[in-house]
Design a protein around this ligand. Structure first.
Ligand code: ATR
Length: 282
């Protein structure tokens, strides 16, 4: 029997999730239908979409901009949340578990899994995370659980980085016990094993003010699909670099596993997607 999935967002036409999940389903021979679901930008509409979908027998929903916090609120009010969703304050994966709406967040673990698959060391790594918005919030606990060493969170607006650390520390003992420092992005200096751009600057033509004596072995930008000056900056200084396309596939694979119980070979799926895109773009 066909299993139904959706991704809810606004806008949603650009979403690559249907294609990604179809590749996953093909890999394990599962019959699925995964559709883009537009939703008006208000909480009542979001709730109505979620109720109609699961009421109609839907198996799983992804949640994207601008509904991740709305989905968190909904699960908090009348459902349940995973630890990662609870600490992130955001939900990207919905399912019904034991008759209850359950919200998870696979974004941060998707990032960690991609970094591991690149062969970049995380154990005791000195990590700099730039940004203090929703994207940064979602990756702190998974990074700490992956065994990183000291973490520095840098942001254009320093007070937002301080607020983020205070909130995350209150939400999680593991984060509270970890060594985290903050600074303004322009004041970020030193040598890091890994630097991660979790700001939305890649959507604009602006560039981050990076100090001359800021060094990193590995540079990761959570954006993808466009030239990323942040990665270029560190590549020119000898770093290995990656955009966030692998994180997109990684978070999707974890959602898929939540819904179906089936693990995906992400490397093989990525190759299949690249092949399909090459063919389509011809
Ligand atoms: P997201 O959910 O993608 O994290 P967000 O919550 O709006 O989006 O957060 C955007 C992040 O990008 C913030 O850290 C923001 O810095 P401020 O807190 O100082 O606003 C950062 N950001 C966006 N545009 C930026 C720019 N031009 N220069 C530096 N940082 C920028």
């Amino acid at each position: 029997m066909t299993q139904h999935f959706i991704v809810i967002g606004n806008p949603i036409a650009h979403s690559k999730s249907p294609q990604i999940h179809q590749v996953f389903a093909d890999q394990i021979g599962l019959d699925i239908r995964y559709q883009r679901q537009y939703c008006p930008n208000d909480a009542a509409s979001f709730t109505a979409v979620v109720e109609a979908f699961f009421g109609g027998g839907g198996i799983g929903a992804n949640v994207t901009v601008p509904f991740k916090q709305v989905a968190y609120d909904l699960c908090q009010e009348r459902g349940a949340l995973s630890e990662h969703a609870s600490v992130a304050g955001a939900v990207n994966t919905l399912l019904v578990k034991d008759g209850v709406l359950y919200g998870d967040n696979t974004d941060g673990q998707g990032l960690v899994n991609h970094i591991v698959s690149l062969g970049w060391p995380l154990k005791n790594a000195r990590v700099a995370l730039i940004g203090a918005g929703g994207a940064a919030r979602g990756v702190v606990l998974p990074l700490i659980q992956a065994g990183i060493g000291a973490l520095t969170i840098a942001n254009r607006t320093l007070s937002k980085a301080d607020t983020l650390v205070a909130e995350l520390s209150a939400a999680s003992n593991e984060i509270n016990q970890h060594s985290i420092t903050t600074c303004a992005t322009a004041d970020l200096t030193g040598d890091f094993d890994l630097i991660i751009n979790a700001t939305s600057i890649g959507l604009t033509d602006a560039t981050l003010p990076l100090a001359d004596n800021l060094q990193a072995q590995h540079a990761y930008d959570m954006m993808y699909g466009r030239p990323l000056p942040f990665l270029q900056h560190f590549k020119e200084r000898g770093a290995q670099a990656s955009d966030g396309y692998g994180m997109l596939i990684g978070q999707a694979a974890l959602s898929f596993k939540r819904w179906t119980g089936q693990a995906i070979d992400v490397t093989q799926a990525t190759q299949a997607l690249q092949q399909a895109n090459l063919t389509t773009n011809k």
